[in-house]
Design a protein around this ligand. Structure first.
Ligand SMILES: Nc1ncnc2c1ncn2[C@@H]1O[C@H](COP(=O)(O)OP(=O)(O)O)[C@@H](O)[C@H]1O
Ligand SMILES: [Mg+2]
Length: 259
C-alpha cells in the first residue's frame, strides 16, 4: 500500500552541484512532517520538485497513489498540493480579500481577472464569484483576518502578511500544505502566532503539513516527524527527540552557526 505522500530516490543536480541526492520520505495523512537542514541543504529545491517547478533527474513522487512525475505546477495544485514561499509573494496594492482570492484561481472557469472584478450577480461569472467569495470569507474568519480584510496588504505588519500568504494557500483547499520557512524573519510573538496557526490547520482542518523551518524550537515543538538533510543528503528521519540528539544534526547546525 502506498503512503499518503511518498518520495523515493529523488535526485537533482544543477551543473556540477547535486542539490538533492537520493532523498526518500514518506508522509502519513494528518501529520506535520518537517524537513530541516542548514542554508543551501536543498530544502526549497525539494519543494520545487514536489510542486513541479523543477524536474528531478531521478526518483519517484506519489501523492495518494498518483505519480507527480512530469506533471505541471497547476496540475499538481489541482491534485491538492499547495505551498507558501520563503519570501512574501503578495500583491502589495491589493487587499487581503483579493490576495486570498488569487489562491482560488485554479478553480476559476471564467478567468482570473473577470472572476475577481466582475460583479454582475446574475451572470455566470457573478455566481461563480459568490461561491469563491464565500470560501475566502471562511478562510478570513478561520485565520482571524476580518480587521484587515479590506486593507492593502503592503501596509500591514510582516507577520500579518505571512498569515495572508497562508490564507492564499488554504484557498486552494489543499490536502497537503507545504510551508517554506513560515517563521523566517519573524519576532518571537509573530513566531508563536504562526506556530499556533500551523497546529490549528492540522487539528481543525485536518490538512497534512510538510514544513521547512530553520527555527529548531518551532520544529521540535510542532512536528510529528522530521527529516534532516545536509548538502542534499539525508541524515535521518525520526521523532523530534531522535533528530535533536543526533550527532550529525548537531554538527550541521553548530557548523552553520559558526559560518
Ligand atoms: N535553479 C537553480 N539553479 C542553480 N542552483 C540552484 C537552483 N536552485 C537551487 N540551487 C542550488 O541548490 C542548493 C540548495 O538550494 P536550496 O534548495 O535553496 O537550499 P535551502 O532551501 O535548503 O536553503 C544551493 O546550493 C542552491 O544554490
Ligand atoms: Mg530555502
Amino acid at each position: 500500500m502506498k503512503a499518503f505522500f511518498e518520495i523515493d530516490q529523488l535526485t537533482i543536480s544543477f551543473g556540477g552541484l547535486t542539490a538533492l541526492d537520493n532523498i526518500a520520505l514518506s508522509v502519513d495523512q494528518g501529520e506535520i512532517f518537517a524537513v530541516i537542514g542548514p542554508n543551501g541543504a536543498g530544502k526549497t529545491t525539494l519543494f520545487n520538485c514536489i510542486s513541479g517547478l523543477y524536474r528531478p533527474d531521478r526518483g519517484t513522487l506519489f501523492f495518494k497513489g498518483v505519480s507527480l512525475q512530469g506533471k505541471k505546477p497547476d496540475r499538481i495544485a489541482r491534485l491538492g498540493i499547495a505551498r507558501t514561499f520563503q519570501n512574501i509573494e503578495l500583491f502589495a496594492h491589493m487587499n487581503t480579500m483579493e490576495n486570498i482570492m488569487l489562491g482560488r484561481h485554479i478553480f476559476m472557469q471564467t478567468g482570473l481577472l473577470r472572476g475577481v472584478f466582475m460583479w454582475g450577480r446574475h451572470s455566470y461569472a457573478g455566481r461563480e464569484e459568490l461561491r469563491h467569495r464565500k470560501k475566502v470569507e471562511e478562510i478570513i474568519d478561520f485565520l482571524d483576518l476580518q480587521a484587515v480584510r479590506n486593507k492593502p496588504v503592503g501596509a500591514l505588519p510582516y507577520g500579518t502578511q505571512k498569515l495572508i500568504e497562508l490564507g492564499r494557500a488554504l484557498a486552494l483547499e489543499p490536502e497537503l500544505l507545504m510551508l517554506d520557512e513560515p517563521c523566517a524573519g519573524m519576532n518571537t510573538e509573530e513566531k508563536q502566532d504562526m506556530i499556533f496557526w500551523v497546529k490549528d490547520i492540522q487539528d481543525e482542518l485536518g490538512i497534512t503539513i510538510l514544513l521547512i523551518e530553520h527555527d529548531m524550537n518551532m520544529v521540535m515543538d510542532i512536528s510529528d516527524r522530521i527529516l534532516a538533510v545536509n548538502f542534499g543528503q539525508p541524515i535521518l528521519t525520526g521523532s523530534p527527540d531522535e533528530v535533536s540528539r543526533h550527532p550529525e544534526v548537531l554538527q550541521a547546525y553548530l557548523g552553520a552557526e559558526e559560518g
